[in-house]
Design a protein around this ligand. Structure first.
Ligand code: GLN
Length: 559
């Protein structure tokens, strides 16, 4: 049996320094050399999964094929490695403790006293090895969340120490650290990274490589200084990672410094000396975009500043970019807080300045009427529209209200007493809510969806059955299907086992599509998602056909 090599990636100085993208980029450069690579994310919090956390607090909840609600970094790994990552590759402190306690209660430890050390790190090691075995990895990269020196991740560093001690040839540690350049000095400083390397030493681990993040490249004197003072053998083991325009350029930055050769030497990897033409072509296309497509995103959660925002919808942003690049365009996304269209319905007119509209997933009441107003505008003005999950549900509600004339039509998520429950809930899910069972109980993960032959989406997918990832509790009420179909909304995708509606599209519209699933989770740079491609193509087409005359709009306020 082949031996898996392990690379731990830990962070120093700051959180948000780019450990996730570094992990994903190391994976990509090793994959480009023909190795089978997978990655694990360890989150130090007690939550069992990311699903019950507020997206403003946590960022995006990324859903895996096998139905886990994980951290957004898992999405980065999937996008860079172009591979599916499974639930076993994600762990949190809560998850690890929970399984140790459950094992103890079932006599797994045969009556021994079960202790934080060594049993918790041993559980971590076991999970890492199981994940490596299941993915048949030549190299498994393990990103430890948080920063060295924090109390929270100490048991995960202990697991790394134990693995390194047993197999020093097969296990290494990469410290991703931050190099500040304070404005008043104008000089890049190494001391915080020296301290981070020492903190790591105090957990019994010596960094084998340091990835030095900063606004600029590292110069030779600083490289030498870091190597010497952080205990590395060669200055080449310090990898400079300056800011670059796109995260997808980071693998190339690493390879300019021969990072995969160095990793190969250190871990005695046998690999082919080849490049990956598909990845290189993607990077070339990404850099050569002649056109720009302007797309509006309307939803809630947008009111708290740019940083949180881009984190909460990371996969939507990436999926839109992948699709645009594949069409030789770059995308300009504008985030519009739906509450604005609620208090001032006439403001939806500003959507005329865009070539496309996305309504992403969401939960609850806030901003809903504003979103419905925006969808109405897209439907009535031939604005290309893509609704993701809640975006699909709200499109059916808008249609029921304004085309079928069903006043007060709604989702029972917002109005439990509505006369027209266009979106309803099955008894099983209603009981979960009643019993406060929120953790991991939504309809999650991959389900199959049969496509209607001849529909726009079937043409885009170029197949008749697809598998897409879900994360929702409510669903379309099929009692309304026939009436809606007669009025021009087509139900073009359904789940063959349950007959649940999975995709809708409008008959007389250039592109108006809503999916009950989240296509954004399956978009990859090398495989842009067909529905996002459909949106971008329609938006580019609109760019071409938009008349120069000002558009005069008749506005009606939503019921
Ligand atoms: N709130 C809706 C539901 O639970 C949609 C969820 C989503 O957009 N992810 O069904």
């Amino acid at each position: 049996m082949k031996k898996t090599k392990y690379i731990f990636v830990v962070g120093g100085v700051l959180s948000g320094v780019g450990k996730g993208v570094t992990t994903a980029s190391i994976g990509r450069i090793l994959k480009n050399r023909g190795l089978n690579v997978s990655a694990i994310k360890i989150d130090p919090y007690i939550n069992v999964d990311a699903g019950t956390m507020n997206p403003i607090e946590h960022g995006e909840v990324f859903v895996t094929d096998d139905g886990d609600e994980t951290d957004q970094d898992i999405g980065n790994y999937e996008r860079f490695l172009d591979t599916d990552i499974n639930s076993i590759n994600y762990m949190t402190t809560g998850r690890v403790y929970l399984s140790v306690i459950e094992k103890e209660r079932s006599m797994y430890y045969k009556g021994k006293c079960v202790e934080v050390v060594p049993h918790i790190p041993m559980e971590v090691v076991q999970r890492i090895k199981t994940a490596a075995k299941e993915s048949r990895s030549d190299v498994m990269i393990i990103e430890v969340g948080g920063t060295v020196g924090e109390y929270q991740n100490i048991l995960f560093l202990e697991a790394a120490r134990m693995m390194k001690l047993v197999s020093p040839e097969d296990v290494i540690c990469v410290l991703v650290s931050y190099m500040p350049t304070p404005g008043h000095l104008g000089e890049m400083k190494t001391k915080p990274t020296q301290q981070a390397a020492r903190e790591l030493n105090s957990s019994g681990i010596q960094a084998d490589f340091i990835v030095a993040r900063g606004s600029q490249s590292l110069d030779k004197p600083r490289r030498e200084k870091l190597a010497l003072l952080c205990g590395l053998r060669y200055e080449e083991e310090i990898i400079s990672a300056p800011d670059v325009p796109s995260i997808y350029q980071i693998p190339a930055v690493f390879e300019e410094q021969k990072f995969s050769d160095l990793l190969g030497k250190r871990l005695r990897l046998r690999y082919k000396n080849r490049k990956n033409p598909a990845w290189e072509k993607f990077i070339r296309n990404m850099k050569q975009t002649a056109k720009t497509v302007k797309i509006a995103v309307v939803g809630k959660y947008f009111g708290t500043g740019n940083y949180t925002l881009s984190d909460s919808y990371l996969s939507v942003i990436e999926a839109t970019k992948h699709a645009a690049w594949s069409q030789g365009a770059k995308v300009e996304l504008t985030w519009i807080d739906a509450e604005k269209f609620e208090t001032d319905p006439a403001a939806v007119r500003e959507l005329a300045g865009f070539s496309g509209l996305i309504v992403p997933g969401g939960f609850g009441t806030r901003g809903i009427e504003g979103i419905i107003n925006a969808i109405k505008f897209a439907r009535e003005h031939n604005l290309p529209y893509l609704g993701l999950c809640y975006g699909m549900q709200l499109a059916t509600i808008e249609f029921a209200r304004h085309v079928l004339g069903l006043q007060g039509a709604h989702t029972v998520e917002v109005d439990a007493e509505t006369k027209h429950p266009i979106i309803h809930i099955n008894p099983f899910q209603a009981k979960n809510i009643k019993d406060n069972k929120y953790g991991g109980t939504m309809r999650l993960g991959s389900y199959s969806c049969a496509l209607l032959a001849g529909s726009k989406v079937a043409k885009l997918y170029k197949t008749d059955v697809v598998h897409e990832r879900h994360r929702h509790r409510y669903e379309f009420n099929n009692d309304y299907k026939e009436d809606m179909e007669q009025a021009g909304m087509r139900f073009v995708g359904h789940n063959p086992e349950t007959n649940l509606a999975e995709i809708i599209e409008l008959k007389d519209h250039p592109f108006f599509v809503g999916s009950q699933f989240h296509p954004e989770f399956k978009s990859r740079p090398l495989h842009p998602h067909p529905l996002f491609i459909g949106l971008v193509k329609a938006a580019l087409n609109k760019n071409k056909t938009t008349c120069k005359k000002p558009i005069i709009l008749k506005l009606r306020v939503a019921a």
